[in-house]
Design a binder for this molecule. Structure first.
Ligand SMILES: Cc1ncc(COP(=O)(O)O)c(C=O)c1O
Length: 362
């Protein structure tokens, strides 16, 4: 193997502390983490360690100039074999590397990323929750580690994967506010990257929206302020007159893996799916004409999140209740069933986790 991995097992598992009936998203980490360092132009020192703090200089460049990127993916247990499985992991490697390139960071070899995921999930397999809508959430991320206070690309980086058992992200339908004052991304920017700074920039607007009683912001394009982009940490889908519409992925939109999977699954079920620009005006007109059937967001964490209403320039637009919806609830079931291996793997998207650590972890 080009990148050997050393393993240090935890001396005290935290598994018994996990309340699997009340999982709060992102709060409890599993026992181990995977770490690799980029030094002198090479990825090196791949290791699995007990999850915990890492000593760092406060001068690391990731903290100051924002060279920090991440991924969000999930592992489930197959309902057929009971073994851990991954959903389209190679797309997460590709997306992390697109983010890396845009932020002048080194790409992570697929072998390191995937081997790290396999080994970690295998080792912490008992942390995978099995109730409906829950999963082991994996957070691969990379940040600049040069301790240096001048603006330039760092020479050194750290790649870390940690994981946590999670339940559903949005347990109920969300109320959204269409952005009026702020933009998330614009042409030529970094909106397509899963860069930490993209999220920081949305926090103050999201707090403002929360104070006004909304759960999320639906972002419009940063050039004309007209077209739907995405919603919180989700891609957006609109159903008008039975037709499913989602904005095309540009350099201002994160290319969601759930989004792509849903497009395939819905088309496979015979739905008409259009990837095209859709303006907020068109959505409002469809609502006024009684043709706006549904709106929902899609994401690894959120799965499918139904939108109960949206507000634009002070006016609220209510959508039909979930019971009357055809596409969203079905899409949610399709993707959830697929991820736990409860339906046929038509698209070859599932990958069993290799059991390399089995002997080690006993
Ligand atoms: C800004 C943003 N858009 C969309 C998504 C959905 O992407 P995916 O389906 O790959 O999780 C996410 C979540 O990762 C996100 O953070």
């Amino acid at each position: 193997m080009k990148y050997p991995i050393s393993v240090e097992l935890t001396k005290q598992s935290r598994l018994a502390e996990v309340d699997f009936d009340n999982l709060i998203f992102g709060r409890v980490m599993s026992d181990h983490m995977f770490v690799a360092d980029y030094i002198d132009g090479e990825w090196t020192d791949c290791r699995i360690l007990p999850y915990g703090p890492m000593p760092m200089s406060p001068a690391i460049m990731g903290l100051h100039y924002g060279q920090a990127i991440f991924e969000g993916m999930k592992a489930n247990k197959s309902t057929k074999t009971g073994e851990p499985i991954l959903f389209r992991p190679e797309l997460h490697v590709e997306r992390l590397n697109r983010s890396a390139k845009r932020l002048a960071m080194p790409e992570i070899p697929a072998e390191i990323f995937l081997e790290g995921v396999h080994r970690l999930v295998d080792l912490d397999r008992d942390f995978i929750p099995q109730s409906e809508g829950s999963a082991l959430y994996l957070r691969p991320h990379m940040f600049a580690t040069d301790a240096y206070l001048g603006v330039r690309a760092s020479d050194t980086y750290r790649f870390v994967i940690m994981s946590c058992p999670v339940g559903p992200y949005y347990p109920k339908p969300v109320k959204i506010k269409v952005a009026e004052k702020y933009v998330r991304a614009f042409p030529g920017g970094v909106g397509f990257a899963k860069a930490a700074g993209n999220y920081a920039a949305t926090l103050a607007p999201a707090l403002e929206a929360k104070e006004q009683g909304f759960d999320q912001i639906l972002w419009l394009d940063g050039k004309e302020f007209k077209y739907l982009q995405e919603c919180g940490t989700m891609n957006i889908f609109v159903v008008i007159d039975g037709k499913v519409i989602t904005p095309p992925t540009t350099d201002a939109i994160l290319a969601g893996i759930t989004r792509d999977s849903l497009i395939h699954l819905l088309k496979d079920k015979g739905f008409e799916v259009e990837e095209r620009n859709i303006s907020i005006q068109e959505v409002i007109e469809a609502h006024q004409a009684g043709k706006l059937d549904e709106m929902f967001g899609s994401g690894t964490a959120a799965v499918i999140s139904h939108i109960s209403d949206f507000s634009y320039k002070g006016k609220n637009f209510e959508l039909s209740p979930i019971q009357g919806r055809k596409v969203g609830p079905m899409a949610k079931k399709l993707i959830q069933d697929y991820k736990v291996d409860a339906v046929e793997d038509t698209f070859n998207w599932l990958l069993p986790v290799r059991t390399t650590n089995k002997e080690l972890s006993k």
